[in-house]
Structures are given as C-alpha cells and as structure tokens.
Design a protein around this ligand. Structure first.
Ligand code: SF4
Length: 190
C-alpha cells in the first residue's frame, strides 16, 4: 500500500508527536485526558486554511478543541510550503477570534491626545464616514487642466493588508474607486 507523507504521518509515530505538540502549546490539553482508545479527531477538530499574510499562499492545518484554536502548523502536504512557515505565518494564531489579546472595542486617541478612549462602533463608523466625505468634497477634481473629465481626489489613499480576503479587497476597491481615490495599494505588492 502506498502512503503519501500526510497519511504516513497520521498512521505513524509522527501522529504521537502531534499530540505532544498540542499538549505543549496548551497545558489544558493533557495526554492523560485523552483515552487511548479514541481517535484524535474526537478531541481535536482539524481544519485547513491558507495563510492570509502574503501572496505565497502557504497552507496551514488548524486544530481546535471545544471551539477554541489550540494549534496552527504548516500543512506537510501543501505544495508551496510543505509543512514549513515563515515567522509571519507562525504568528497566524494571533488572528483567531478567541485570542484574548485581540482588540474587540474601538479605541480612539484624539488629535494631540495621549490617552486612548473606548468608543462605540457606530460612533467610529460615523466619524470615519464624515471625515472621508469632508476630505473628498474639499479636494475633488472633476476635470484636469486640459479639460478632461477625471473625477478624482488626491487627498485620500487606501492601504490594504494581507489579512483582507478577496471579497474584502473587491469591496474596498469598488468603494474607493467610486469615491475617486487613485492611491489604492496593498502591502503584499510593495
Ligand atoms: S507563511 Fe510566510 S511566506 Fe507563507 S504565505 Fe504566510 S507570510 Fe507568506
């Protein structure tokens, strides 16, 4: 019987190594709590994802227990990274929704201020929309010096990050182009 690398790892002692790794990363996940007669999947859900940080598209396996991410590691079967990851990809766990360090409230520091104030999301969205509209209206160019219709603003730029997915990038492009924004970039292209 032919085994690919992934199947081999599942069927061999490397699978035990995976348990050890999970137990190492999360002290709550102890060997002693896992009856040997039950397969690992009963205790750890395994999902698959693509690294959001750059265009290499490395593949990752995400292990979860009781709805919480307990481990993220490179997928050994992925043709790009073959189980490896760079230091940026290795921090992907920080993006998980259950990361206690992830900001979940709006923090605002007023111009010239030194302290952060907690604000409501509605307040932040209204303020951002107001600033965009005012800036665009004050700096809108309908025609250039030759009389060509350009409908643009040079006063606003949009800089995207790799944590944005395709759909978010599409929506941001549509929104900013509709506003007349010409400086539209993404950090993976710089
Ligand atoms: S692991 Fe590193 S190289 Fe691979 S996609 Fe993520 S950021 Fe890029």
């Amino acid at each position: 019987m032919e085994l690919n690398r992934r199947e081999f790892l599942k069927a061999s002692g490397a699978g035990v190594g995976g348990v050890f790794l999970l137990g190492t990363l999360n002290p709550d996940v102890a060997f002693a709590k896992t009856p040997k007669t039950l397969p690992l999947k009963k205790h750890f859900g395994e999902g698959y994802t693509i690294c959001p940080y750059d265009g290499s598209g490395c593949g990752f396996l995400v292990a979860s227990q009781n709805g919480k991410v307990v481990n993220v590691e490179g997928d050994p079967d992925h043709p790009v990274n073959r189980g490896g990851n760079c230091s940026k990809g290795a921090t992907m766990r920080q993006l998980s929704a259950d990361n206690p360090w992830r900001l979940s409230k709006v923090l605002y520091r007023k111009p010239g201020g030194t302290d952060w104030e907690e604000k409501e999301w509605d307040w932040a969205i209204d303020r951002i929309a107001r600033n965009i509209k005012d800036t665009r209206d004050k700096n809108f160019t309908a025609t250039d010096s030759n009389g060509n219709l350009v409908n643009r603003t040079d006063a606003i730029g949009n800089f995207g990050g790799s944590a944005l997915d395709n759909e978010e990038c599409y929506l941001l492009s549509k929104l900013t182009r509709a506003l007349g924004v010409v400086y539209l970039e993404h950090h993976a292209r710089i």
